[in-house]
Design a protein around this ligand. Structure first.
Ligand SMILES: [Zn+2]
Length: 303
């Protein structure tokens, strides 16, 4: 069976049905970038608990459905505009960037391209260099072309190696410059929009698979946690070579986020069997007498 990585998905807002469907579709590993929650946070403690969830409960919850969970740590650009709070978050971040399963600093960058966003983006690029982690850049949805160019200019200004930087949410207008400058170009598949699977297929046809990464960025909005396997299947149907499918929906993400030293293929190839009798902090994914799923060693062989 094919294996996929979804390197950008906000799992705290997804259900256990999603986890089951994702694993069934071949997703073996996921990366959950720290981001905003729709509702702006007003206290630094809210960030602390969220970061703890990303490295704690959510990682455990994913494991209960046979998916290895990683995350990125960072202060998102929207909330960077609350300067007093952002400064407190910057003090908190060093406590989390070294935790198990943290594969990058992100998602950081620009939203409205304000001065405050610029300040905290730069500070976090310096943090990434300090702790030798790759960077995941969120590019703005408004004025995207200019924001994408600026994100790369500033990353270079801070001496970041483009080979350690993933520029996310690309489209046809931005991809060429991102690839030409040596950065990784990630694409978010938004269902019912212009940037759907069909357009992704065209981009891979045109640019090839090198440094191109597909993700779902599924969150609490209208989004599809199966966008990566669905796009892979469409690529096959449209005649894209299997090796190109493998690179863009699996291997490229592993290569760049593996630079963290925190993500290895053996993490899922040699994962312990699913055991839903396990608990974290006394808490389980089971409710009201549900039967736990417990895999025997033999159940894993077929994967
Ligand atoms: Zn995101």
């Amino acid at each position: 069976m094919e294996m996929y990585i979804d390197p950008h998905i906000h799992l705290v807002s997804r259900t256990t049905d999603d986890y089951e469907a994702m694993r069934k579709a071949g997703i073996v590993a996921t990366i959950e970038p720290a981001f905003w929650l729709g509702q702006p946070r007003t206290e630094v403690g809210s960030f602390k608990d969220y970061f703890s969830t990303l490295v704690g409960w959510e990682r455990f919850r994913a494991s209960q459905f046979g998916i290895v969970h990683y995350c990125t740590m960072g202060l998102n650009s929207k909330e960077a505009n609350n300067i007093a709070l952002a400064e407190q978050v910057m003090e908190l971040l060093p406590l989390y960037v070294g935790k198990e399963g943290v594969v990058a600093i992100g998602e950081i960058g620009y939203d409205d391209q304000t001065e405050a966003e610029d300040k905290f983006y730069r500070l976090q690029l310096e943090l990434a260099k300090e702790v030798s982690l790759p960077v995941l850049i969120h590019t703005p949805h408004r004025d995207k072309k200019r924001g994408t160019t600026r994100s790369m200019d500033v990353a270079e200004e801070h001496g970041m190696d483009p080979g350690w930087v993933v520029v996310d949410h690309n489209n046809e207008e931005t991809v060429k410059e991102v690839l030409d400058r040596g950065f990784w170009a990630a694409f978010t598949i938004y269902p019912h929009t212009k940037m759907g699977s069909e357009r992704m297929v065209e981009i891979v046809k045109q640019y090839g698979p090198e440094r191109i990464i597909v993700n779902s960025a599924a969150d609490w909005g209208i989004s599809d946690p199966l966008a990566v396997p669905k796009t892979a299947n469409l690529m096959r149907k449209m005649g894209i070579p299997e090796e190109h499918v493998r690179l863009t929906t699996y291997q490229n993400a592993l290569t760049v986020f593996g630079l963290s030293g925190q993500m290895h293929e053996d993490d899922w190839l040699k994962a312990p069997p699913i055991d839903q009798t396990k608990k974290l902090g006394g808490n389980s994914v089971l409710r009201g007498g549900q039967l736990p799923r417990v895999e025997g060693p033999a159940d894993r062989v077929e994967n």
